[in-house]
Every structure is written in C-alpha cells, then in structure tokens.
Design a protein around this ligand. Sequence first.
Ligand code: ZN
Length: 254
Amino acid sequence: MIDAHIHADTRPYEDFEIMAIAGVEAAITCAHDPLKMSTSAVVMDHIDRIMNDDVKRAADNGLKLFLALGIHPRSITPDFEMILDKLPSLLKRDDVVAIGEIGLETASSSEKDVFKRQLQLAQELEMKVIVHTPRRNKRDITKITSAIIHENINPSLVLVDHVDNSIVDFMIDFEGMLGITVQPQKMSPKGAVNLLDEYGDEKFILDSDMSSSPSNPLSVPKTVHQMRLAGFEEVEIEKVSRENASNFYGILIE
Ligand SMILES: [Zn+2]
C-alpha cells in the first residue's frame, strides 16, 4: 500500500513501524505549516527536516518516504520569493515526486498569487502537483481552485486532495487525479468505501493526511479492510491503495 499524503514531521517514530507492519510500503510526505511560518527561514528549515530527518526516521522503520515540496497556503511568508527561487533546485532530488501541498485556504489574493506561480513552475518542470482543498467554505473555494488550475497548468499533472461528498459531484469530471483523505473528523473508512462504490476506482488515491490534527496512521489499511468486507475486487483495491499513486507519481517500490 501507499499512503499518498502524510505529514511525517508531526508524527512519532513509532507510527512508521505501525504503518510498515500493516503493509504500507511507502508514503508521500507533504510540506505544510507545522509552526507559525513567520519567515522563509522557518519554511526552509521545515523542508530541510522533511528531506533529511523524516526520510531517515521512516526508513529506519521500513517505510519508504517520497516527498512533495512547496508553499502551503498557510505558510505564505512576507519573503516567500526566497522559497520560490530555491524550489527548482530542491525539486531535482529523485525522491521528490510532486510540488505540494499547495492551494487555497481562504482564497486571498496572496494565496492565489503563490498558488498560480507554483502551478506555472510545475508546468514548466512537468512535475506533478498535490492540491489542498480546505475544510471551511470547501465547495466555493474548490471551484475557485479548479478554475485557477485550468488557467495555469495541464490538469492531468494535478491531484486535487481531500475530495469528499461536498465536492465530488463537480470534481469527478476533473482531468487529473482525486485524493480521498480518510481521517477522523473528515471521512471514515466506510465513508470512503461508499464514495468509491458510487464513483468508481479509476481517479481516486487514498491517503491519511496524518498530522497534528486527529489522525490515524492506519487509515489506508483500514479502508482497504473495509473495501474487502464490502466485496470489492482485489484489482479495485490495488488501484486506489497502490497502483493509481504509483502510476501517477512514478513511484517504484521494489
Ligand atoms: Zn495535508
């Protein structure tokens, strides 16, 4: 299994072992806002931690980490240009599979500006992108997010994450991929199963988004378990829990 969106920096060492024991082989850890991101130096230290300490902490427990780097909408600092300048060289590392997570939280003009510029960078580098959708005003802000994606990048490079019942009706026709985040207070494993039952397995990739918010490192294995109980075929389970992510991000796991 692949857990396609986590925040490894917020999690204890032991979580990676729990995931590996449950059959999660790899995860993508995304840049976010673990601290008050008051200057770009703080954001760069956060990225440095992801690229070094967290990769090692997970590997020590048998979990292969891949990375998504970028400026989260809640991490926009007054001097964010410095990070945009440094991003292209950071993205060159082999285990960096996407720019992310990026997107809109409140749809302020600075969020839109930083989001557009990172989408344009992804298009230029032909990199995949992980796009956040917020908890508040989710429907309205996701519509703005989707319009900005279409104006700035080939949507087939983009995964829109945290898709739930409030937005799936208009996101199902999106040309890229869709993430289902199984997380306490967001979506239960059974909720994910119902969504997959209704909308099919072609476009979806499962993740836990485990962070300092209420989270479960076993979200993906538990959803797989619920899919089996609900009678899904193994090929369908394989798609949403491994193959779609491995194809989209070009992740090879031995
Ligand atoms: Zn996240």
